[in-house]
Design a protein around this ligand. Structure first.
Ligand code: C5P
Length: 306
């Protein structure tokens, strides 16, 4: 084998309930992850030393050194394989980005998950999905979900996953991509400031959202979307308020900030409505660009072996 390519999706959060800040600096979450059809492609090839190159959407803003999450994933997998007596070689990771960087869509986590799947294949390590999920959780809070894909409930930091059992409904979303970025730690810190001395309640899974997902009715899902980070994201990026209002006025069934933002997500009743909504949000001039996506889609998947 001389190369392995893996396709990996972006995620949105249909619910993001944030509990109190923990002693380790993370926040306890209950979240409903949903993988959507906006994909990065990650290729690994044997090389003299570990390295990474990035092309595509926002490539210049992705670290090309050891801070790169995909390279950290490679190192974590190598350590796990070495523990089992293997001796995998060095790799070059090429990331073709379509998922915007620092947008609340877990693009960096997606690339890390893809690198895990790709190296597991290239090195013929044969680690199980369960073991890859454990390694993923050490690399970042959202990496495990990018392996799993589809729709899943995340607990803990977001890394403890339970697949959501739901009918095979396809949801049609419009993403409003912002002209700017938000740093996830800064958004969590802004939430802590907003909450002040008030102790946050433990996060709880939204029964109305889960029931809406079981019904498969987009209208019900649209009215059950929620994100505890939204207020904090809007406080750091005030134009988002206008973007969210515009999408709802233009007929979205529901609207919210994706994860820590600044991407805004709008649900449409069907593919045709999503196209109309995308055109009108674009025309309203309330974001940098729009993307139409659908979900759920599978997690990181091998697409080519060379
Ligand atoms: O795990 P990851 O590196 O993706 O998290 C980035 C940052 O987001 C953390 O350093 C932390 O500040 C914040 N975070 C958090 N609670 C979570 C997940 C992330 O506070 N459950």
């Amino acid at each position: 084998m001389t190369s392995v390519s893996v396709r990996v999706p972006a995620k949105i959060n249909l619910q993001l309930a944030v509990g109190p800040r923990r002693p380790d600096g993370y926040h306890d979450l209950v979240t409903v992850f949903h993988a959507v059809s906006l994909f990065d492609e990650v290729t690994v090839e044997p090389a003299g030393r570990d390295g990474v190159s990035v092309t595509g959407e926002g490539a210049d803003r992705v670290p090309a050194n050891g801070d790169n999450l995909a390279l950290r994933a490679v190192a974590a997998l190598r350590a796990a394989v070495r523990d089992r007596g293997g001796g995998p070689g060095r790799v070059h990771v090429s990331i073709a980005k379509r998922i915007p960087v620092a947008a609340g869509l877990a693009g960096g986590s997606a690339d890390a998950a893809a690198a895990l799947v790709a190296c597991n294949e290239l090195w013929e390590s044969g680690l199980t999905q369960q073991r890859l999920l454990e390694i993923a959780a050490t690399v970042g809070s959202d990496v495990a979900f990018a392996l799993l894909g589809s729709t899943a409930v995340g607990r803990g930091r977001g890394e403890q996953l339970t697949p959501a059992l739901a009918p095979a409904t396809r949801y049609h979303w419009v993403l409003a991509l912002a002209d700017g970025q938000l740093s996830t730690p800064e958004v969590y810190a802004a939430l802590d400031r907003i909450r002040g001395d008030q102790e946050a309640a433990p996060p709880v899974l939204d029964a109305a959202l889960m029931s809406a997902l079981r019904s498969g009715q987009a209208r019900l899902v649209g009215s059950s979307l929620s994100n505890d980070l939204q207020q904090a994201a809007v406080s750091l990026f005030p134009p988002l308020r206008k973007t969210l209002t515009a999408g709802l006025e233009l007929g979205a069934l529901g609207a919210l900030v994706s994860g820590s933002g600044p991407t805004c997500v709008f649900l449409a009743a069907n593919a045709e409505r999503a196209l109309e909504l995308a055109v009108s949000i674009s025309g309203a001039g309330v974001c940098r660009s729009v993307a139409r996506v659908s979900g759920p889609v599978p997690g990181a998947t091998v697409v080519r072996v060379g």
